[in-house]
Ligand binder design. Sequence first.
Ligand code: MLT
Length: 334
Amino acid sequence: MIVKGVAMESDGLPVVVIAEALAAGCAEYLRETCEVVEAAGLSRAELLEILPEAEGLIVRSGTRVDMELLEAAPRLRVVGRAGVGVDNIDLEAAARLGVLAANTPFANSVSAAEHAFALMLSQARNIPAADASMRSGAWNRAAFKGVELHGKTLGLVGLGRIGALVAARASAFDMRVLAYDPYITAEQARNAGAELSALDDLLARSDFISLHLPRTPETENLLDGEAFAKAKPGVRIVNASRGGIIDEAALAEAVRSGQVAGAALDVYAEEPLSGGPLVELPQVVLTPHLGASTVEAQDKAALQVAEAVAAGLFGRPVPTALNNPDPRRTPSGR
Ligand code: MLT
């Protein structure tokens, strides 16, 4: 229930605010045991205003769950992220304040892997530019000569769940797959159909490079001007993982110089992307963070995040928990 813009506790049920647009299954599941406030489309200030009674909060990537938000939600006990990436959630601050955070690590994997492949193919075959050209009335077959994936080397930076799904699809395209991932063994890489490589080796040998890793202080600007200079000339870069891992100005420069033949990006250092050098380059395919935007992934993420938040609120185990909330800082103790 909302009274004067503030979510109110009702009938003793915990209030859960759903801050972004999610598939209907999320609210449907939670309504059985909680008071649900659907708050997609609110400005940040409006969202903060409705949080004082919230015990649960559900977000995608568009809501920053930082100290300011946590302080605006003194009763908050669980925050659920419908998706994988949690760079928009301050997990440590949440833990210090007794707030459990959980995500849905399995919901989006196939959709993200398929989107990475769609980006790779669109870039290799100039599909967006050819489509735009036809819509302007042209029939220009000569302008859009592409390259095959067959026989090419794909370098995967990150060989977790999504990277492994991309590797499997790459082998169906007869690509050779290299993988850089400090957290796996050579045998695990082989089992995924990839050869474990050092990053510099991957850069030097790959015709396509696709990123499948989280944004952390260690991965920020991992692909910078120096990395592009070490890469095989004419490499193509795909990123459907997280923004900020590529130095966008350095990428634009490398594309302009021809060292990088092109790129296909779904994620950006700052989202939404507004302008910047990449937008000017026809060799760069851009999509607005659509990796998880399929009917299937959204249905799964909506239900799984609802299950995690309800489990946290009602004291059941949360297998996808991401932090270890301080038990002394229960919301009533704040
Ligand atoms: C993810 O990390 O899974 C995606 O960013 C999900 C989303 O689009 O919200």
